[in-house]
Design a protein around this ligand. Structure first.
Ligand SMILES: [Zn+2]
Ligand SMILES: [Zn+2]
Length: 707
């Protein structure tokens, strides 16, 4: 009995007899128009269809009732049934502007921008109703969402004939469309055409300009806000701070901060993180910290913002220290926090801290976050553990362009050119579009492999195919590629003809090649040239001095030393460090400050004695000083990397690989010594010098003795 009653109630849950037009007044809560709107808002297809059925029964020819049909179109459009809506629209003998806008909104919401534009055109050419400002705003928004600039311009053309372009609503849609499609001149043109500006319009164009990197135009807009005395609100301040951050303009940033403090705008988390970000980007991490410390309540966004400001300014340890504080205060990290911290570890080459964070991020459920994965690859690659980086890469469920670039560049940096090119092939197969950074990694991989032809193919053809304009980094890779292949004259000619302004790095690449390939004549010429560009470049003095020493031209060595003395240039002392447990041990050349120095010296001596029978002879050409040979051998023996490696061999378990980081380029002598040490001790030894990683294994190095 009860069941039957219920059944009678459904589907007309709203008592169908009440729906009869003569039974309700228009303002009644059960008016079908209102019910249709409610069904549209709550996306209740069933109720809406019931009302539709009811209306068909009620009226002889429903299509003649414009208001009801418009409500039905609106309803079907909002519940993703645009084709039904269009059908109703087609059958209407007469339509008003609401009919058109309801259907167009439906197409806009469902992503069919071409349909929206087609309808606008139909309306203009056929209909006896003219489009109003809302119709134009819908059409322009659909062009914006789909990046259809040409259609957007057509709408704009139609608009100009109607006079609606002065409508705020339409104008904002136009500005937004042009700036989203990166046509800033047009966006600014629309902006300048219209004299009346309100705060919403100002904020909308300012944020678009800053987002899309049109900073000069952003400044103009901010300037006109000041000259027209428009009162700034919270959004304006946040936009202004991001503008200062992007411009790295501290003076302006301080000015805006001052203006904020005297305004009545509340400094909530949203505003504070914009201020912290601004100070960080302007190189003032202490000021960022000051703002942070002064806050009453601090959420994860603020913690992360201040960590990021430390990271951007190279204060990696401070960033990591804040993390433990944040944990003490029981603030939960998010994916951005992990990304910032892992990148800080990458900057420090702090593998231990990095892998602790890795575990931490997995426990907190951020394991499969692309941003965290990318930061992990970067951290492992930069701290010497390329195998761990590869593992993270292959375990990732989703990858983006940054993921691919991090893996390709990481492999390339480790001298694993072949693997880098294989990953590049996979990337193309996955239909990911390579960009500027990708090709830097790819060309540098070609450099490691000496693939001259392939390098030029990528530079001249593939990059063009993908629309990437070659830049200094790419051209420098080609110089390095030719240099490595021993084609020094070709490299020099390439430098003469390539359409780029070379910097010291490129010239030093050629200089280094002259040193390795013993083309001392060209080397001296290049060195003089580099020193003209940068008279304080320590690396070049060292290489030039080494070249003279190798030629046994002690007069040249003396000349270089005198030059350095005159200019008060000091050779940076060699420093190497090794992490054991959670302690970092630092060694300098001829180090006697380390507590275990006696033992370490003894170990180096032993190692050198072990490799002598394998053909090791100290490369005394590499010593700067003009001293007796025996003395030179002594200087070489205790270079910092040898000490750090010996210490690692003493302290680490026998199966562990050894990772040493050095501030300068590893010298020829240490390189050949470490190669042999890896053989006699049967260890994997990784040295990261100023240029790259060297993986020593079984008497060979991954750089194939070219670095
Ligand atoms: Zn050395
Ligand atoms: Zn090497």
């Amino acid at each position: 009995m009860l069941k039957a009653q219920r059944k009678a109630y459904v589907p007309f849950r709203h008592a169908p007899f009440l729906l009869r037009p003569n039974a309700v007044t228009p303002s009644s809560p059960l008016d079908p128009i209102k019910l249709l709107k409610l069904s549209a808002d709550t996306k209740n297809l069933k109720v809406g269809k019931t009302i539709h059925a009811h209306l068909i029964v009620t009226y002889q020819a429903i299509e003649n009732n414009i208001i009801e049909v418009n409500s039905l179109i609106n309803f079907y459009a909002k519940v993703n049934q645009v084709s039904i809506a269009h059908n109703l629209f087609d059958r209407m003998p007469e339509r008003n502007v609401v009919s058109w806008s309801a259907l167009m909104t439906g197409y806009l919401l469902n992503g069919f921008s071409l349909k929206v534009i087609r309808l606008l055109k139909d309306m203009v050419s056929e209909a006896n109703v003219s489009p109003n400002e809302y119709i134009f705003a819908i059409a322009i928004s659909s062009c914006r969402d789909r990046g259809r600039v040409d259609e957007g311009r057509q709408c704009h053309g139609l608009l100009l004939k109607t006079g609606f372009s002065f409508h705020n609503y339409v104008r904002n849609a136009l500005v937004s469309m042009y700036s989203k499609c990166s046509i800033v001149q047009d966006a600014m043109g629309v902006w300048n055409e219209v004299p009346v500006n309100d705060i919403v319009a100002y904020n909308s164009i300012l944020s678009r300009l800053v987002e899309n990197g049109y900073l000069r135009e952003g400044l103009e807009v901010l300037g006109s806000m000041v000259s027209e005395s428009v009162k700034w609100d919270k959004v304006t301040f946040v936009n202004a701070f991001s503008l200062c951050a992007s411009l790295k303009d501290l003076r302006l940033g301080l000015h805006v901060h001052g203006k904020m403090l005297t305004s009545d705008v509340e400094c909530d988390a949203y505003v504070s993180s914009a201020i912290i970000n601004m100070y960080g980007k302007c190189g003032k991490s202490l000021m960022a910290r000051g703002v942070f410390d002064g806050l009453q309540s601090r959420n994860v966004v603020l913690w992360t913002a201040v960590m990021a400001s430390y990271f951007q300014n190279g204060c990696f340890e401070e960033a990591l220290n804040l993390f433990s504080k944040m944990e003490q205060e029981k603030v939960k990290s998010n994916e951005f926090t992990y990304a910032v911290l892992l990148n800080a570890c990458a900057g420090l080459s702090a593998r231990r801290n990095g892998s602790l964070l890795h575990g931490h991020s997995e426990k907190s459920g951020f394991k499969h976050h692309v941003m965290v994965g990318n930061a992990l690859i970067n951290m492992y690659a930069k701290s010497g553990d390329i195998e761990a980086a590869k593992k993270v890469f292959s375990d990732m469920m989703h990858r983006d362009i940054i993921t691919w670039n991090a893996m390709i560049c990481g492999l390339s940096h480790h001298g694993l050119g072949k693997k880098a090119l294989l990953v590049f092939q996979d990337m193309l197969a996955a239909e990911e579009h390579p960009n500027y950074v990708t090709f830097t990694g790819v060309l540098s991989a070609c450099g490691h492999l000496g693939l001259v032809q392939e390098g030029f193919y990528y530079l001249h053809h593939l990059m063009k195919q993908f629309g990437v304009q070659p830049g200094l980094e790419h051209y420098t890779c080609i110089v390095s590629l030719l240099s490595k292949a021993g084609q020094l004259n070709e490299a020099r000619n390439f430098m003469r003809t390539a359409p780029v302004k070379w910097d010291v790095v490129a010239w030093r690449t050629l200089l280094n090649a002259c040193h390795v390939h013993q083309n001392y004549g060209l080397g001296r010429w290049v060195a003089e040239f580099v020193l003209e560009m940068d008279p304080n470049d320590v690396g070049t003095y060292t290489l030039l001095s080494n070249i003279y020493a190798k030629e046994k031209r002690w007069d040249g060595v003396v000349k270089v030393r005198k030059l350095m003395r005159d200019k008060n240039i000091k050779k940076e002392p060699g420093v190497s460090w090794i992490e054991i447990g959670n302690v970092t041990h630092i060694f300098t050349s001829e180090d006697n400050k380390h507590p275990d120095y006696g033992q370490t010296y003894q170990k180096v001596k032993e190692l050198l004695a072990m490799i002598k029978p394998l053909g090791y002879t100290p490369d005394i050409g590499a010593v700067l000083h003009d001293v007796e040979d025996e003395q030179k051998e002594y200087y070489l023996s205790y270079h910092s990397e040898k000490l750090a490696i010996a210490y690692g061999l003493l302290k680490l378990p026998s199966e562990a690989s050894i990772l040493v980081i050095k501030n300068l380029r590893i010298c020829d002598d240490c390189h050949s010594a470490v190669r042999l040490i890896s053989k006699v001790t049967n260890r994997v030894i990784v040295v990261r010098d100023a240029n790259r990683f060297h993986h020593f294994r079984d008497g060979r190095c991954s750089c194939l003795d070219y670095w």
